[in-house]
Design a protein around this ligand. Sequence first.
Ligand code: C5P
Length: 218
Amino acid sequence: MEVVAVVPAAGSGERLGAGSPKALVEVAGVAMVTRAVDGLLASGVVDEVIVVAPPDHLEEMAAVTTTGRVVPGGHDRVASVALGLAEAPDADVVLVHDAARCLCPAAVVSAVVEAVRAGAPAVVPAIPVADTVRRARPEGGVELVDRTGLLAVQTPQGFDADLLRRAHAAAGEHRATDDAGLVEALGGRIVTVPGDPRAFKITTPLDLAMAEALVRAL
Ligand code: C5P
């Protein structure tokens, strides 16, 4: 069974304020994309990694992605994943993993792959939401959301490759924030495995500082 990981890394990283694509930003001296690709391969359950890069930064991305294949991305995350997926026609299992979750432990990667191999068509790592959650009302004010059972979803997300291909083919203009959302829109059931706090997404300068502290502490 061929397991291919697609790493969408074509975002601009505006919120990080780095002035270069986020995936090229270094965490303690190593680019996020390098850490993400090496982390996937270190799990021992991934055969190939395809990095989807900003079309105007292909060479820089390839220079720091020696163990993965680099292809140009699209105008948003869904388009970028679809372009990566198209490069893996023989894959039986596809993982989609944000470069920004570059400190994800290998155990999470293997748990996701194991669940797909065991027959789950769509698998996401998830952790319980620790904060109290409120929803902003359009008319003003906020309402309490019962956090019982609420989960924060991470990546890598794992899929039966044909199901993910069908979900992307059917996506049209539907813009889900993750790939499980596209599968769900097709009526597919999503299975969870335990995520890990270290798989957090680096989005802001504070996240980057926390990631650097984590690398130093490990
Ligand atoms: O912006 P956000 O952090 O939600 O993006 C999630 C992931 O999608 C990032 O890894 C980013 O690089 C990727 N992305 C992409 N192509 C785009 C926009 C975002 O691959 N056009």
